[in-house]
Design a protein. Structure first.
Length: 157
């Protein structure tokens, strides 16, 4: 399948230099980090949420952590819950299920990101399939997130 076309266009428009790292298909993001031989804290994963008005947004957390919905609600001052699989398929038609790139702005989504990702020197994320990761310096990743909300939204397992 390769990199999602929406993601590829976004990276080109933003003028971002990136590397692509191949990895074997796995069952979850933490397994992907292990298979690609990178620390789980350096693999950013996107979780799609729906708010009370029916709008969608993306939360971005390290693969080694879980999303704390209560922290997102407190940060954004509104109620949010997990989007359903059919909703994900409609939003990310150029991505394989479970391989959503964690760059909400590329898909027109409001984004909230865990502040712990900023402590990493470099980040990796799914390219839209289950076979490739995109690798960028952390500073560039945060530039790609634009005006994303940033806060402590990830918890330790």
């Amino acid at each position: 399948m390769g990199m999602a076309a929406t993601l590829q266009r976004y990276l080109i428009r933003q003028g971002v230099d990136y590397d692509v790292v191949a990895h074997p298909q796995t069952g979850c993001s933490l397994e992907t980090a292990q298979a690609a031989h990178i620390p789980g804290g350096r693999l950013a994963k996107g979780v799609i949420l729906e708010d009370e008005a029916g709008g969608y947004l993306m939360a971005v957390v390290p693969a080694s952590r879980y999303l704390r919905l209560g922290a997102v609600r407190a940060l954004l001052h509104r109620n949010v819950g997990l989007a359903t699989e059919p909703e994900l398929a409609a939003l990310f038609g150029d991505c394989a299920p479970g391989a959503v790139p964690p760059l909400g702005p590329a898909y027109g989504l409001e984004t909230v990101v865990d502040e712990g990702l900023a402590e990493q020197p470099e980040l990796y994320f799914e390219a839209g399939d289950h076979e490739e990761l995109v690798h960028v310096p952390t500073e560039r990743f945060f530039e790609l997130l634009g005006s994303a909300h940033c806060g402590a939204i990830a918890g330790r397992p």
